[in-house]
Design a protein around this ligand. Sequence first.
Ligand code: MV4
Length: 444
Amino acid sequence: MFDKILIANRGEIALRIERACKELGIATVAVHSTADADAMHVRLADESVCIGGPPAKDSYLNIPQIVSACEITGADAVHPGYGFLAENARFAEILEEHEITFIGPSAEHVRLMGNKIEAKETAKTLGLPLVPGSEGSITNLEQAKKIAADIGYPILVKAAAGGGGRGMKVAHVEEELDAALATARIEAKTAFADDTVYLEKYLAHPRHIEVQVLGDGEGNAIHLGERDCSIQRRHQKLWEEAPSPALNDGERAKIGETVAKAMRELRYRGVGTVEFLYEGGEFYFIEMNTRLQVEHTVTEMITGIDLVIEQIRIAAGAPLTLKQGDIRFNGHAIECRINAEDPRTFRPSPGKITHFHPPGGLGVRVDSGAYAGYTIPPYYDSLIGKLIVHARTRNECLMRLKRALGEFVVDGIDTTIPLFKALIAEPDIADGQYDIHWLENYLA
Ligand code: MV4
């Protein structure tokens, strides 16, 4: 087992990882930018190293500085969290070259799933259901027109190096295809320095359902159920829940086992999330994330499994002791992302928190590094905490969530808390009847 883990991240996830390390008796090193000197994750760590100025490129994305912090402190492993370098294959390789363990999958699997065309090809060979689309990349308009005619419009043009919704363009009829291809290519070239694009049938009203997996790299893998992440705005998730209100137990077991089998064949190591669109009772693979996700918490609440502890144990070479038969799904959990944003315009609202009173009570969890007197810096994403609520049924969970939101005090900045109070009162939300467009339609 590791003696000391460096956490190459900040905010709530850095704190979350520190908690798992402390429970395992592992020393922790926090790295921080000059803007995060007063952050909670720095205070709670055993050691801390300032690695640069506020811009992420000078600090949390600064690989030489992070490797130096490992050398200085003698950290023998790095946990990347999510975002920043969590899915940077080169970072994983550099750490391995320095004989420092990257707590995550192999660099090969990170790279594989980072290319959405290769990810789809791999998913196909592993037996996962796909969205009908092009076999590989699109090189010319004639080829695109033929494939699109075979699939049927509307068609979605996607960037191979994309993901998270970046570099996607819809063509509703053939006349729009040329422009959609050109625009997607230019966006991809600008955003990812790679203009490779591919085509898929555009699903108009899907839900976003993702399956949590855990593998030990030796051919053992289990699934930990699914999460419904359809409540999102401009590809930023706001409300996630487990289990999905749209699935019955048969569908849940089927997709879960299909994914677990695929991860066994892939010999996947660590935690991973396989993303699907769900429409008309069918699942369609879209991409795989090789990192711990923000919303891993709702899975923890219904299974009782600490996913970060499992990640660390697996990275340290322990075999997967959990068997699929051991996994029990109890109750329902919902996570609301508390962002420092105006709840109507979503304009960022950094600044000093004058009062911070998180809710408590049975089945209420708040993962946050915020505290009264802390100043939310303007340099990073706006997530300041997560309110996670668990109860035996979805209705009880909604009642508890409403009560917890009523208790939650964050003064001095705007937050998304009022948005969730409004959502809870919506019949579609109460009934779990929503797709990926629901929130944007509601806000419009
Ligand atoms: C799609 C789609 C509809 N049809 N693919 C967006 C980010 C990335 N995960 C893939 N995404 C989508 N791919 C096909 N063939 C709609 C989306 C999409 C979306 C997916 C999940 C959650 C939120 C979304 C918001 C807009 C579009």
